[in-house]
Design a protein around this ligand. Structure first.
Ligand code: RIB
Length: 310
């Protein structure tokens, strides 16, 4: 089972505070830490820790952050041959604030992530050869995402698209997507339907399925996830595992990476989503983006402990 991620790498500069400051407000008392992050790299690490062979296609600058991020990924046994280094470019940076409830706000300076071209992606995918699942968040140029989706879909490789950060997508991209994985904010932005109830979610899901996505998996944080089958239009609710949240950063990335692993192993979409839900719950109990991502044994143990009857 081999997974290719086309996506971003960022250095996360994180401050923990009792609450996230409002515009114009200065708050003291925060603790500062640096973590490797970026949605693409996080999804790649999540998949690798859960046992998949993973290659990441992306871009960093020729600075110390870029060096450090590439080295970290190599330690996770991720193929970094297609993480290009842009001379004179700056590596992506995310400024993250995490509050006492583990909620975050994130500002990203994309830097080299946005210098990835369709030509880079074509070359890298040709060199990588065969693989089972393509995974992409939206932190690289949209045209690179479209190119990668086209190549994968021509080869009948499954395409997982995590539309984060949210943006409105054209049907010609959505038609290439096997599983679209938005959270509730992304669904609301993509469909112009605010999600206040399960009925809203269903209405928005129908809209996205009509736009071309074959399946839709809406993640709702500690409210679980809703899976919509594009063929049968059947809706299945996947409950969340209740946990004490420390930091929700990268929980969505963990879900995406774990889902890709489950699908590449031949699990059904529902079984893969249940596995992903356990992995994501576990990630929420730890601080940081990549340091929070669990390995296979930790997820197995978590599921078996949670499924024990009292
Ligand atoms: O999804 C979490 C990630 O979003 C962070 O690691 C940060 O780099 C931003 O890209």
């Amino acid at each position: 089972m081999k997974i290719v991620v086309v996506g971003s790498l960022n250095m996360d500069l994180v401050v923990r505070l009792p609450q996230i400051p409002r515009p114009g407000e200065t708050l003291l008392g925060g603790v500062f830490k640096t973590f490797p992050g970026g949605k693409g790299a996080n999804q790649a690490v999540a998949a690798a820790r859960l046992g998949a062979e993973v290659a990441l296609i992306g871009c960093v600058g020729d600075d110390s952050f870029g060096q450090s991020l590439r080295a970290t990924l190599a330690c996770e046994n991720i193929d970094t041959n297609h993480v290009l280094v842009r001379p004179g470019g700056a590596t992506g940076v995310a400024l993250i604030q995490v509050d006492a409830k583990g909620q975050n706000s994130i500002a990203v300076a994309s830097g080299a992530n946005f210098s990835l071209t369709s030509g880079d992606v074509e070359k890298a995918m040709q060199a990588i050869g065969d693989f089972d699942v393509l995974v992409m968040p939206l932190e690289t140029p949209l045209e690179t995402i479209y190119t990668a989706a086209q190549i994968a879909s021509q080869k009948r490789i499954r395409v997982l698209l995590n539309p984060a950060p949210a943006q409105v997508l054209e049907t010609n991209l959505l038609e290439l997507v096997d599983v679209l994985l938005p959270n509730e904010h992304e669904v609301a932005l993509m469909t112009d339907i605010p999600l206040q109830s399960a009925t809203d979610t269903r209405r928005a899901a129908e809209k996205l399925l009509l736009m071309g996505a074959k399946n839709l998996l809406v993640t709702l944080g500690n409210q679980g996830a809703r899976l919509f089958d594009g063929k049968t239009h059947q809706e299945t609710f996947i409950p969340a595992y209740p946990v004490q949240a420390v930091d929700t950063t990268a929980a969505g990335d963990c879900f995406v990476g774990a889902l890709a692993v489950g699908l590449s192993e031949g699990k059904t979409l529902l079984a893969a989503a249940e596995f992903a839900s356990a992995a994501a719950a576990l990630s929420v109990t730890r601080a940081g983006a990549q340091p929070s991502l669990p390995d296979r044994n930790q997820v197995r143990q978590f599921i078996s402990e949670r499924n024990k009857t009292p």
